[in-house]
Design a protein around this ligand. Sequence first.
Ligand code: ADP
Ligand code: MG
Length: 321
Amino acid sequence: MGEFELIRTYFAAAPCAQGGEGIALGIGDDCALLAVPPGEQLAISTDTLVAGVHFADPCDPFLLGQRSLAVAVSDLAAMGANPLAFTLALTLPTVAADWLQRYAQGLNAMAQRCGVGLVGGDTTRGPLSLTVTVFGRVPAGLALTRSGAQPGDLLCVGGDLGNAAAALPLVLGQRSAAADVAEPLLGHYWSPQPQLALGIALRGKATSALDISDGLLADCGHIAKASGVSLVIERQRLPLSAALLAFLGDDGARAAALSGGDDYVLAFTLPPAELAPLLADGWPVQVVGRVEAGAGVRLLDARGHDITPAVRGYQHFRQAP
Ligand code: ADP
Ligand code: MG
């Protein structure tokens, strides 16, 4: 099968590639064309997943399809953007029909759940790697950036933390667990749910936001730096799932919530007056700390003692200490 037949069979023919609102021209030309209404801005983000670095190889291609799109769409959620479209740059060692079919099905399932259309991509031969670029739209001036946190704001997250990180030893086959524990954790890892509706609900309310990909401690450091403030996290307030607590115990669960990556839950800062209306509307907002004047991130235990660890999250290219 040649490059063009592959594109046609698995991607151009996929249900998620059949156009949609805001897509003026999809797959097949030199560029796709997106329509952005006046007064809105285009939000763009790219994520690459490399076999052996970001996922174990071999793995279930359907789950990989879901996850490769979800991690990219999560960045749209973190900006408060409405999803519009995505492109897929696929590098494959060989053309395995079965693998491609399952991958495209997983991609399609997540695309339909998130409301994004596939509008183009690139297909090359080489070590397995997947690059997804997502496009969204957001009213001008209302995107949720990392730079607006103010002393006095609450530090909040959009749901339970640490589940995906805890799933990693299960994914790698290093540990096993009973189904009622393993299944919810693996579900968070393979099929993260981008918090698109929450991001949109936070427009004009949250003063800063991001999606947690490298662990709460590390990612809060990005908000602290961009906003020129200090973020304080209270260890006792971390939201933890029953499955996570059963799998790792209290200490292990809190460590996973603080330093484990791959959650794709939103973290954001909120003026205190905004909290009650969001909770009343049923949004999953959990207060985990606060914003203070200063710099950096501090972690406090239940008695208010500073227990900030030295190493905070995963970084590519970081030298071993
Ligand atoms: P060009 O050579 O002009 O860059 P290509 O030959 O690479 O175009 O691709 C032909 C068309 O197929 C383009 O519209 C491109 O966006 C699309 N395409 C290529 N690979 C993929 C893919 N993996 N998924 C979706 N669309 C793809
Ligand atoms: Mg090309």
